[in-house]
Design a protein around this ligand. Structure first.
Ligand code: 13P
Length: 261
């Protein structure tokens, strides 16, 4: 069975709740019913915007899934400044990004933290987008494969095959994030193919066949068609280009453009 592509907009620390409302209303206008039937779309605003975005998506019946960028692994407690997975689930959040390289690099998240977060998100009834990716130094030293497979095996450790089959993994080479430097479709496919084989080796063929693998790192409307044409790439995790409706819609509508190169 073909995997439904998932295009996700990670807004990072951009847009207050007024900007967020305007952006999702515009997305609801520029993305037609056909677009949202062919491709699943999620938006991941900052926490302070979630309730506003939820209200617009639900009241205007916009077929875009609500996502979050992070969460804590505990359900509640004395964890000042943190947000618990059940709080996100209560807002009808469907996807939670876990282990983004910015969380790992800037906030010291370890593979163990990531694994706890993955389990907590699943326990609360949501789905994870588990991120992995190598630095430029690691790539140049030939360490890409070990880094990304290590992050995925550690992040999903202890999960059953049927659960893994329903998840999303995002391959985001750190050197391609926010730099305008995209991995070539060949390089992105090579790593995403490796990740699928890694899932097959640990959780079996059925899980590998159904798990969705996104590419992220300077995805734009013009490079999306070639990336999306790769057999093991099932969508995109988009940063900068997700901050405006036109540039995000151009990625969601990748089928309308002819692949380049
Ligand atoms: P850019 O699309 O801005 O490179 O960001 C990618 C990313 O980090 C998405 O999570």
């Amino acid at each position: 069975m073909a995997r439904m592509p998932l295009i996700s907009g990670n807004w990072k620390m951009h847009h207050n709740h007024f900007d967020a409302i305007a952006l999702v209303q515009k997305l609801g206008y520029v993305l037609g019913k056909d677009d949202l039937e062919a491709v699943e779309v999620s938006v991941h605003p900052p926490f302070t915007d979630l309730r506003s975005v939820q209200t617009v998506l639900e009241s205007d019946k916009i077929g875009i899934a609500l996502g979050a960028q992070n969460c804590h692994w505990e359900e509640k407690g004395a964890f000042t400044g943190e947000v618990a997975p059940p709080m996100l689930a209560k807002l009808n959040v469907r996807y939670v990004i876990v282990g983004h390289s910015e969380r790992r690099e800037l906030f010291g998240e370890t593979d163990d933290d990531v694994n706890r977060k993955v389990k907590a998100v699943l326990k609360a009834g949501m789905t994870t987008i588990l991120c992995c990716g190598e630095t430029l130094e690691e790539r140049e030293a030939g360490g890409t494969d070990a880094k990304v497979t290590g992050q995925v095996l550690a992040g999903l450790d202890g999960l059953k095959a049927d659960v893994v089959g329903g998840l999303v993994i995002a391959y985001e080479p750190i050197w391609a994030i926010g730099t305008g430097r995209t991995a070539s479709a060949e390089d992105a496919q090579a790593v995403c193919g490796l990740l699928r084989r890694t899932v097959a080796g640990k959780w079996g063929a059925a899980a590998a066949e159904s798990v969705r693998i996104q590419y992220g790192g300077s995805v734009k409307g013009d490079n999306a068609p070639a990336l999306m044409a790769c057999p093991d790439i099932d969508g995109a995790l988009v940063g900068g280009a997700a901050l405006e409706a036109e540039s995000f819609a151009a990625i969601v509508q990748f089928r309308l453009a002819a692949p380049q190169g």
